[in-house]
Design a protein. Structure first.
Length: 201
C-alpha cells in the first residue's frame, strides 16, 4: 500500500532520531489494492474504520542535512564563535598598538641615551686631546690656553704695555742718591701676554 514519507536527517542518532513527517506519498505497485482502499474511504460511515489503514503509516527516508532545530543551534553557535573571534581580534589589535607605543618609547629613550653618551664621550675626548697637547708642549693646561689666546689674531690684536709704581715703605732702604731722602720706588713693566720685566730705582 501507499505510505507517507517520514524524513530522517543526518543529525539523527540511534537514541534520538530527528525526523519530520510529510504528506508525500510513496506509491506502491498494487494499483488495484489502492483503488479498493480509496473506494472504501469514500463510502458513508466508513471514516472511523479506515483511520488505521496502511496508507496512514509512514516509511522512513534518510536524507542529508540537519533538522530545523539543529540548524538553528549550529547557526547560533557559529554566530557566537564569530562574535568571540571579533572580540579577541579587537583585543589583539589593542595589545599590538600598546606594544608598538612601548617599543617607540624605548627606542626614543635609547636614542636620547646614545646622544647623551656621545656628548660625554666627545667632551672627554676633547679634554684628553688638550691634556695630551699641553703635556707634549711641556706646559700646564692653563698656560696652554693662555698661549692659544695669544696666538689668535682675532682675540689679541696688539700687546699693551703698562706700568705700575708701588711704594715700598722700608725705613732701612732710604734712597741715598745725592740729596734724595725718599723711599725706594719699585717700577714694574708687564706685558699683557704674561711676560714681566722688573727694574728697581
Amino acid at each position: 500500500m501507499c505510505r507517507y514519507m517520514e524524513l530522517e536527517y543526518s543529525c539523527s542518532t540511534e537514541e534520538n532520531p530527528h525526523r519530520l513527517r510529510t504528506t508525500g506519498l510513496i506509491q506502491c505497485n498494487d494499483y488495484i489494492g489502492c483503488m479498493i482502499e480509496k473506494l472504501n474511504l469514500k463510502k458513508p460511515g466508513q471514516e472511523i474504520q479506515h483511520v488505521n489503514l496502511e496508507t496512514e503509516q509512514y516509511t522512513v527516508c534518510k536524507i542529508g542535512g540537519d533538522c530545523e532545530d539543529c540548524a538553528m543551534k549550529k547557526t547560533e553557535l557559529i554566530q557566537n564563535e564569530e562574535r568571540v573571534f571579533r572580540e579577541l581580534e579587537e583585543e589583539l589589535q589593542d595589545e599590538e598598538r600598546c606594544y608598538r607605543e612601548i617599543v617607540e618609547e624605548i627606542q626614543n629613550e635609547d636614542e636620547m641615551h646614545r646622544e647623551i653618551q656621545e656628548g660625554i664621550q666627545n667632551k672627554e675626548r676633547r679634554f684628553r686631546e688638550r691634556q695630551k697637547e699641553a703635556k707634549n708642549n711641556g706646559q700646564s693646561l692653563s698656560r696652554w690656553i693662555r698661549n692659544k689666546l695669544v696666538e689668535s689674531h682675532d682675540e689679541i690684536l696688539s700687546l699693551r704695555l703698562y706700568g705700575r709704581e708701588v711704594a715700598v715703605q722700608r725705613p732701612e732702604t732710604i734712597c741715598s742718591s745725592g740729596s734724595c731722602t725718599g723711599p725706594v720706588v719699585r717700577q714694574r713693566v708687564v706685558l699683557s701676554y704674561g711676560c714681566r720685566n722688573a727694574s728697581e730705582q
